[in-house]
Design a protein around this ligand. Structure first.
Ligand code: PBG
Length: 336
C-alpha cells in the first residue's frame, strides 16, 4: 500500500474491516464460535463414604455430597443418563483405619476397591478413574509415608504402585496419582505392565501446585495435613517452567494423560502444557474454585450459571481436553 493510499484511507475514515459484523447476532456468533462445551469434556469427581443411604452435603461445598455405595449406584446412573461418561473417585476413610503407611489403601475389599466395582456394576461403560495418594489413608494427612517429619519419596512410590495395582485388580480404567512424588509414574507403570494390566491407564496430576484452593476438599475427606504443609512435594505456585519439566518427565515415565491443577488461576500452564506435550491435557477446577463461586452467588454478587459457563469455556480456550469439575452436572443440565 502506497503512502498516498494510506493517507487517503485515513482521510476518508472509511473502515474496511469491522469486527463487530461477526458479532451481530447469535446465529453468526455461534457460526464462528471457536470452542464449545459438551458432556464429553467432563470428568466428574465423586466423594464416597462407608454406610447405607448416605448423601451428605459437604459444608464448604454447597450442593456437593458424599455418597455411600448404594446411593452411588443411583448417582452414576444419573450421570450416565446426562451423557457424563467419566468419573474420578475419592474415598473418605474412617480414622481408625488410618496409619502412616496407608495400609488400608491396599485392602482388596477396601472402600475404593468396592466403589470401583459398584460403579462398573451400575454403569458398565462408565470410565472409572481413581485418585491415588496416601492422604485420605494417612494418620498424618500427608500424601506419602512420613519419617522424622519428612515425606519419604521412594518408599511412598512403592506403596502408590501397589495401590494402583489393587485398583486395577478391582477394575479401574485409569489411576490418577495426585501425590507429586518423584518417579511414581514409572513405578506404577512398571508394576502394572509386570502384572499384565497393560491397558490400565495413568492420568498423572503432573503439574500440581501447593495451593490453598484445596481447602474444601480436605474438609470433604477429612484429609488436611496434621503437621506442616505440602510444599516439599507439591509445586511452588511462583513457577512456570518447572511445570513443563514435571509434565515432560511424567510423559516419559508413561503417563497417558497429564493434568494441571488448580484450574482458573493456572490457565497459563494449561496452554503451556498443551503446547509442550502430545498427550491429552486435563485441568482440575478444584474445590476452592467451586466454593468461591457458590459463596458469591449465594450473596447475589455473581450470576452463578453465567460465571460457571464462562470459566468452563476458559478451560477449553486455554487448551484443556478434559475438565475435572464439581460443576459438571450443573453445566450439562444447563446446556440441556
Ligand atoms: C489428594 C488430592 C487433593 C485434591 C485432589 N487429590 C488434595 C491435596 O492434594 O491436598 C484436591 C482436589 C480439590 O481441591 O478439589 N492428594
Amino acid at each position: 500500500m502506497s503512502i498516498f493510499t494510506s493517507i487517503n484511507l485515513l482521510l476518508r475514515m472509511q473502515l474496511l474491516r469491522r469486527n463487530r459484523r461477526l458479532r451481530t447476532n447469535e446465529a453468526i456468533r455461534s457460526l464462528i464460535r471457536e470452542h464449545t462445551i459438551t458432556p464429553n469434556d467432563f470428568l466428574v469427581p465423586i466423594f464416597i463414604v462407608e454406610g447405607k443411604g448416605i448423601k451428605v452435603e459437604i459444608p464448604s461445598m454447597p450442593r456437593y455430597y458424599r455418597y455411600s455405595l448404594d446411593v452411588l449406584k443411583k448417582e452414576v446412573k444419573e450421570l450416565w443418563s446426562l451423557g457424563l461418561k467419566s468419573v474420578l473417585l475419592f474415598v473418605k476413610v474412617p480414622d481408625e483405619l488410618k496409619d502412616n503407611k496407608g495400609t488400608e489403601a491396599l485392602n482388596a475389599d477396601g472402600l475404593m476397591q468396592r466403589a470401583i466395582k459398584t460403579v462398573k456394576d451400575a454403569t458398565p461403560d462408565m470410565l472409572v478413574m481413581t485418585d491415588v495418594a496416601l492422604d485420605p489413608y494417612s494418620s498424618y494427612g500427608h500424601d506419602g509415608i512420613v519419617d522424622d517429619g519428612y515425606i519419604v519419596n521412594d518408599q511412598t512410590c512403592e506403596v502408590l504402585a501397589q495401590m494402583s495395582l489393587s485398583h486395577a485388580q478391582a477394575g479401574v480404567d485409569f489411576v490418577a496419582p495426585s501425590d507429586m512424588m518423584d518417579g511414581r509414574i514409572l513405578a506404577i507403570r512398571e508394576l502394572l505392565e509386570k502384572e499384565n494390566f497393560k491397558n490400565t491407564g495413568i492420568m498423572s496430576y503432573s503439574a500440581k501446585y501447593a495451593s490453598a484452593f484445596y481447602g474444601p476438599f480436605r474438609d470433604a475427606l477429612d484429609s488436611a495435613p496434621g503437621f506442616g504443609d505440602k510444599k516439599t512435594y507439591q509445586m511452588d505456585f511462583a513457577n512456570r517452567d518447572e511445570a513443563i519439566k514435571e509434565t515432560i518427565m511424567d510423559v516419559e515415565e508413561g503417563a497417558d494423560i497429564v493434568m494441571v491443577k488448580p484450574g482458573i488461576a493456572y490457565l497459563d500452564l494449561v496452554r503451556d502444557v498443551r503446547d509442550s506435550v502430545d498427550v491429552p491435557v486435563a485441568v482440575y477446577q478444584v474445590s476452592g474454585e467451586y466454593a468461591m463461586l457458590k459463596a458469591a452467588a449465594e450473596k447475589g454478587w455473581l450470576d452463578h450459571d453465567s460465571v460457571m459457563l464462562e470459566q468452563i469455556m476458559a478451560f477449553k480456550r486455554a487448551g484443556a481436553h478434559i475438565i475435572a469439575s464439581y460443576f459438571a452436572k450443573d453445566v450439562v443440565k444447563l446446556l440441556g
